[in-house]
Design a protein around this ligand. Sequence first.
Ligand SMILES: NC(=O)c1ccc[n+]([C@@H]2O[C@H](COP(=O)([O-])OP(=O)(O)OC[C@H]3O[C@@H](n4cnc5c(N)ncnc54)[C@H](OP(=O)(O)O)[C@@H]3O)[C@@H](O)[C@H]2O)c1
Length: 246
Amino acid sequence: MSNELSNKTALVTGSTAGIGAAAATLLASRGAAVVVTGRDPERGASVVKEIVASGGSARFVAADLGDLDSIAALAREVGGVDILVNNAAIFPGGALLDQDVESFEAAFDLNVRAPYFLTAAIVPGMVERGGGSIVNISTMAARVGMAGLSAYSATKAAIESFTRTWAVELGGSGIRVNTVAPGPTRTDMVMAAMGEEGAAMVAGTTILGRLALPEEIAEVIAFLASDASSYLTGATIAADAGRTAI
Ligand SMILES: NC(=O)c1ccc[n+]([C@@H]2O[C@H](COP(=O)([O-])OP(=O)(O)OC[C@H]3O[C@@H](n4cnc5c(N)ncnc54)[C@H](OP(=O)(O)O)[C@@H]3O)[C@@H](O)[C@H]2O)c1
């Protein structure tokens, strides 16, 4: 435990699993009071339990971010926030000729509309508190063409664009906005979509040649969330083992 983030409240979307759970755990270990959110109360309770058992502070608030009323209810329930991590997303694999409309729309609802309106609901409270840090989660696939990922990649290109515009709009209020763009990371989402073999193939296209652990991506999120990154805003950090440097 450190106290770098004590007196800060952090809301991490999609923190019942994967990268979000690792980020919530790390932020809590640095002293933040963390709001864990997702749809699944059992997984939420288990993340909260682990954080509390390690001496951190966390609570779970259920929300389905595909639904605008649920987004508004989450923002009301959480109240003031200093750190917002827009992490929840789905991964609708599908080539141009195969993509169905339902999963296309679901991805834009969760990956683009949700962070947009959740951030809009959270920012007035940040302004009242005198500032804050917003960390958006993208993917390396927003910058390299990967077959079968055009809808998903486009949702993430949108969030990288939000980052730049919100940085301009909110900088004067002391709010920094940055993006982490991870490479292939060992989480349920990726393993379910790609399997061991598919994930290993994508990992093999990176310079370091391996999958990330969720904890390695969480370190970059925590850096952007904290004052250690006080001179960064509007930036996208590639945490992708060098894939987009090739
Ligand atoms: N893993 C990778 O290789 C990788 C690579 C690049 C970028 N990313 C990005 O990293 C982020 C996290 O990915 P991950 O791999 O950790 O995903 P994950 O393991 O599938 O976790 C996704 C999280 O989002 C939540 N979620 C899904 N649908 C939701 C909804 N309708 N409302 C509220 N919450 C919802 C899930 O919680 P519930 O099920 O409880 O709702 C879960 O906590 C995403 O933005 C992803 O695009 C991941």
